[in-house]
Design a binder for this molecule. Structure first.
Ligand SMILES: Cc1ncc(C[n+]2csc(CCOP(=O)(O)OP(=O)(O)O)c2C)c(N)n1
Ligand code: SF4
Length: 303
């Protein structure tokens, strides 16, 4: 997509569905993060407003946050796979590709390369968003090989430490000993070291986190996307609990995410020197632009 492609002519607007027109007028397309970003969610028309995921699902909250943090939603494509997350991701007003289980990083490799050939003077962001089973189990070889090849897109793993969508099988990312519906004796091997594997495979920006702080989580999502544009593969390993399969009462979901953020999802950020240069440059530019907008507002108020 592009902004020009999305924007209807004024005279045609009255024939379009109200939801679409509202998205163009009050959505985040072409806007800054201060106008329509995670800091003011609820005050603009969001890219994903409805979804069929369980009530209180932390994964659904994080997916909403991903969409609110995108640097350029009108030039973004998401790729997902079977699992709970795709139920929500596919509802967003951003093109979504859904393939066979686990092949999201293979598809993203092809799409990223095709975009660079077809639109050499444009920035297109490709992001894979999949569960721990899709990313580290069944999709493992495709995830690893995309990283080993240095494919320039962002991989986000929604780690709920279980196969949520199919009713509670343990995954490679379940912690050792986890008792689940279909692992009643407890999982008998360790949780896979996903961020270590990402580092060994050549990811240039890697974060493990429990996304309880909206600002910090948004910053990470944006950093990962900016670095993938220029340097190489980036990876976010986010804790997105399954309150159903882990029997977490809805009112305790946030406290659980805070608790895990102190433990096995303690914030950990890795970046190569090259990635650091990009982050410092982009964030410096964003800061300068924010300052200029503020100054312009003050000048306008004075005049
Ligand atoms: C090739 C293939 N094998 C198995 C399945 C069945 N299946 C659908 S979702 C899923 C597990 C999803 O677990 P995960 O990726 O961790 O995502 P979650 O639902 O927990 O978010 C499985 C095994 C499938 N759709 N395709
Ligand atoms: S089964 Fe778990 S991960 Fe899936 S939607 Fe429900 S709470 Fe979320």
């Amino acid at each position: 997509m592009s902004l020009a492609y999305i924007t209807p002519s004024e005279r045609f607007k009255k024939y379009l569905p109200k939801d679409y027109v509202e998205l163009i007028d009050f959505g985040p397309f072409g806007k800054t993060q201060e106008e329509a970003g995670p800091g003011n969610m609820g005050q603009f028309k969001e890219l994903m407003e409805e979804h069929p995921m369980c009530s209180g699902c932390w994964m659904a909250y994080y997916i909403r946050l991903i969409f609110a943090s995108l640097p350029c939603p009108e030039e973004t494509v998401t790729i997902g796979t079977a699992g709970c997350g795709r139920l929500a991701i596919s509802q967003a007003a951003v093109p979504f590709i859904y393939g066979n289980y686990g092949d999201q990083n293979a598809m993203a490799s092809g799409l990223t390369r095709a975009f660079r050939l077809r639109f050499p003077d444009k920035t297109k962001d490709v992001i894979t968003i999949a569960g721990d089973g899709g990313t580290m189990d069944i999709g493992f070889s495709m995830t690893m090989h995309s990283w080993i090849r240095g494919e320039r897109f962002t991989t986000i793993m929604l780690d709920n430490e279980v196969y949520g969508n199919t009713g509670g099988q343990s995954s490679g990312m379940s912690p050792k000993g986890a008792v689940l519906k279909m692992a009643p004796m407890g999982k008998d091997f360790e949780k896979m070291p996903a961020t270590d594997l990402a580092k060994a495979a050549g990811c240039v920006y890697i974060v493990r986190m429990s996304p309880t702080n909206i600002k910090a989580a948004a910053k990470v999502i944006r950093r990962a996307i900016f670095v993938a544009r220029e340097v190489g593969p980036t990876f976010i390993h986010a804790y997105t609990s399954c309150n159903i399969e882990y029997s977490i009462p809805t009112e305790d979901v946030f406290a659980d995410a805070i608790e895990l953020g102190k433990g096995r999802f303690k914030f950990d950020e890795y970046m190569t020197d090259e990635a650091k240069i990009v982050i410092e440059r982009v964030e410096g530019e964003e800061k300068a632009a924010r300052k200029a907008r503020k100054a312009a507002k003050v000048a306008e108020a004075v005049n």
